[in-house]
Design a protein around this ligand. Structure first.
Ligand SMILES: *Cc1c(COP(=O)(O)O)cnc(C)c1O
Length: 379
């Protein structure tokens, strides 16, 4: 066993096969057993280390002109912060939508003054055509920014951010990526994708606990947004300048979540960084899908577009199959799966991120097999 694999999990918690919050190590949870003041020198060091560690995970640096800015709140608030901060006073925003998280970004944009959102929608098991994006950007110079979800957690589909980024860069617009459920768990070339802003959160692939999101961005893009913020507490540039002025959050920081996150970053490094984590998640997902197919389940997303993060399965029409009973029986065995979210089909989801290993997926598969067997017997 590697040093990373040896880190303990809580023996009392259920295993979370969900999109987050996720199963975390005991050491990440233990890191929270401290009370640090917001202005404490030690806490300011934690903030600085976390900001540095995030740039490292992204494979970019301050010298290249990139910044990492943690923001209090959940992931949605991080997206709301960027949209409220980085769009010019009158701007169109092109939102690429193939799931509920794309729809959510559209809803955020609809509430922001001076923002006119445009939607490019495709079905939830398909992804976007870069040529169509090219056509839309060329036709409308008022589109200031394009936003896309990296892994659409609704279905588990992976969108082609590198191809899309190239198109956006060619047209000189801003590129925002909601990489909430992918950052740290999927390898990609941050700079090569032409990303201006990326948002993710503490409780997904970095395997920390909930409490804050973070923005990774090109400093030049953010600096240009001076005076545009439509929100006080979600003003990304103001928070960056605050960190630079005194190393602190502008408002009460999630001290415990940051302590946990610093430990989670250290454990990511111990595992071997993003390549090793991405490989573990990919292995988890492969074992899951092979096992589920052997049991007769069908996946919703075509294999070529499937992410290693979360997988959507069609609810089978077998006699006696009832999802809520299936879910409850698995939960009774300490295994938590997730309901479906795609629009036009009855589905459920199983996540393969968090502190989960191949053996956990095999345990889940065997519990699923036994549960199905029992349901068949008690028809
Ligand atoms: C989890 C997630 C979010 C938002 O997360 P909250 O923390 O629940 O606000 C946004 N986008 C994607 C793709 C996600 O997976």
């Amino acid at each position: 066993m590697t040093a990373f694999e040896q880190l303990p999990r809580s023996p009392h918690d259920k295993l979370l096969f969900t999109p987050g919050p996720l199963t975390t190590s005991m050491t990440v949870k233990r890191a929270m057993l401290r009370d640090l003041g917001a202005r404490d020198h030690e806490f300011r060091r934690v903030i600085a280390e976390v900001r540095e560690g995030l740039l490292e995970v992204a494979g970019v640096s301050r010298a290249d002109g990139y910044e990492a800015i943690p923001m209090q709140g959940c992931g949605t608030m991080g997206l709301e912060a960027v949209l409220a901060s980085a769009l010019p006073p009158q701007a169109k925003l092109l939102v690429l939508i193939n799931g509920a998280y794309g729809e959510r970004i559209l809803r955020i944009a609809q509430r922001l003054s001076g923002v006119e959102p445009l939607a490019y929608r495709v079905p939830e098991d398909q992804t976007f055509d870069p040529q169509e994006v090219e056509r839309q950007l060329a036709a409308d110079p008022a589109i200031a920014m394009l936003v896309v979800v990296h892994c659409e957690t609704t279905s588990g589909i992976l969108n082609p951010i590198a191809d899309l980024g190239q198109v956006v860069r060619r047209h000189g617009r801003r590129f925002l990526v909601d990489s909430m459920s992918a950052f740290g768990g999927v390898e990609f070339d941050f700079r090569g994708c032409g990303i201006d802003y990326l948002v993710s959160s503490a409780n997904k692939c970095i395997e920390g606990v909930p409490g804050f999101s973070f923005v990774l961005c090109r400093r030049e893009a953010l600096e240009q947004s001076d005076g545009w913020a439509r929100s006080l507490s979600l003003d990304v540039l103001a928070q960056l300048l605050g960190f630079e002025a005194d190393g602190q959050f502008l408002y009460t920081p999630p001290t415990h979540a940051l302590l946990a996150f610093r430990q989670a970053l250290a454990e990511l490094k111990l595992e071997g960084g993003v390549p090793a984590r991405a490989a573990r998640y990919a292995r988890n997902q492969r074992v899951l899908v092979e096992g589920m197919r052997a049991l007769g389940f069908q996946t919703f997303v075509p294999d070529a577009l499937q992410s290693p993060i979360i997988t959507t399965f069609r609810n089978p029409d077998w006699p006696g199959f009832d999802f809520s009973r299936f879910y409850d029986d698995l939960e009774d065995r300490g295994l938590v799966i997730y309901g479906g979210k795609v629009l036009h089909e009855s589905t459920f989801r199983i996540g393969t991120i968090g502190r989960l290993f191949e053996a956990d997926l095999r345990a889940l598969l065997s519990a699923i097999e036994q549960t199905l067997e029992r349901h068949r017997r008690t028809l």
